[in-house]
Design a protein around this ligand. Sequence first.
Ligand code: NDP
Ligand code: 2IT
Length: 453
Amino acid sequence: MNNHVAALMEDVTAKNPAEPEFHQAVKEVAESLVSVLDRHPEYRSARILERMIEPERVVMFRVPWVDDQGSVHVNRGFRIEMNSAIGPYKGGLRFHPSVNLGILKFLAFEQVFKNSLTTLPMGGGKGGSDFNPKGRSDQEVMRFCQSFMTELQRHIGPNTDVPAGDIGVGGREIGYLFGQYKRVVNEFTGVLTGKGIHWGGSLIRPEATGYGVVYFAKEMLATRGDSLKGKKCLVSGSGNVAQYAVEKLIELGAKAITLSDSSGYIHDPDGIDAEKLAFVMDLKNKRRGRIREYAEKFPASTFTETDLSKDHNPLWSHPADCAFPCATQNEINAKDAATMLANKVFVVSEGANMPTSAEGVERFVAAKILYGPGKAANAGGVAVSGLEMAQNSMRYSWHREEVDQRLQVIMADIHSACLEAAERFDAPGNYVDGANIAGFMKVADSMLDQGIV
Ligand code: NDP
Ligand code: 2IT
């Protein structure tokens, strides 16, 4: 390991104990930046990277709420305001029992680079709670959201910090959160994105992350004169990102053969067509059921339970051309990555944030496959959030085609920014280094301009 990276990581692990995901995200970026910091001593002397790994502000708060039986629960709420050099803090809220400070710090750190890549003026942030929405009634989720926003509203605003959705936070939760913000602050404003279409939302925002991750794969394939047509694709997750990734894959003539949730995965050798996808959307978004039901409904498919203690995830062992991990962090480990490479998977476009372990990333990069890291490949979601903010500021809304067109242009621009930066810093074709470098330089230059703050 380079000396500067080693010293930085020693400091990061000492100052941020028990935050392995945060360490993982920082180390990857620091390693990508070695030649940038060598060529730009001004970044080093201004301690740009050291400042970027320290959140500008962390808010942690109690979220008490009452369930349908009258029992009182206490959850923990967070908002990490990571970096505001290029715009207001921007990033999602995650409601999942695994949420803790370290996970949200890794997500907020990644968000800074991702938002910079989108070409739009957004800083980076992330928040959420260890609240588990699974099995809770709409009324319980509403009471939780109201309690969460009663505190969060003090810290956010359309020009300060603009949250959105992430795991466990979709249209329903954004609605309850927005309702409470408006009630407490007495202001109808673009303080959240992912809003409903009649109250300030943008067309294509629900679709944007999934569509974007497929557009990014399309761009990567085009560099080899290839396309998605006829490609066999592994997709994980079955939530917002996975659903719209599959929708776009179907439209572009590819064949998605898997989907998953935290209980297991389904494999459908015939491919998930539009009718089957409609079933998944109803199952996951309305009935809030388990993916196992897919295999009961479509008997040509199989359901396999996922044993989280196992050293590999069998979803990734099916032969395919492309993979779209769209569930959660570190869902592809070194063994999974090796299996995928042995099976000739040559495109990986990440819908989830940091779904591949550090060793897995190393294998993909060494094999020189088309590997699009999350902070580039899944930036379409936050990009359309940026477009939602722009429309809110104008008090106007664009048509579906216009937003989709802008999304496609942004994904193509991110793709070429990654390749250009990688080329300039002697790592041709390496999208990991390219994304980290291109994302970093815009923020670093802005921080230099703004002095030591
Ligand atoms: P959803 O809550 O809509 O869906 C999440 C999916 O992943 C569900 O199928 C869920 O299964 C599964 N999942 C979540 N946690 C785990 C886990 N620990 N182990 C196994 N499966 C799990 O979230 P999104 O689709 O919005 O988010 C998916 C990923 O995409 C996340 O990494 C998120 O950070 C990232 N992302 C999301 C964006 C967005 O705009 N929404 C933008 C950019 C990135 P189950 O139903 O059982 O919980
Ligand atoms: O990880 C992400 O980029 C998101 N969850 C979306 C953030 C946003 O502000 O739209």
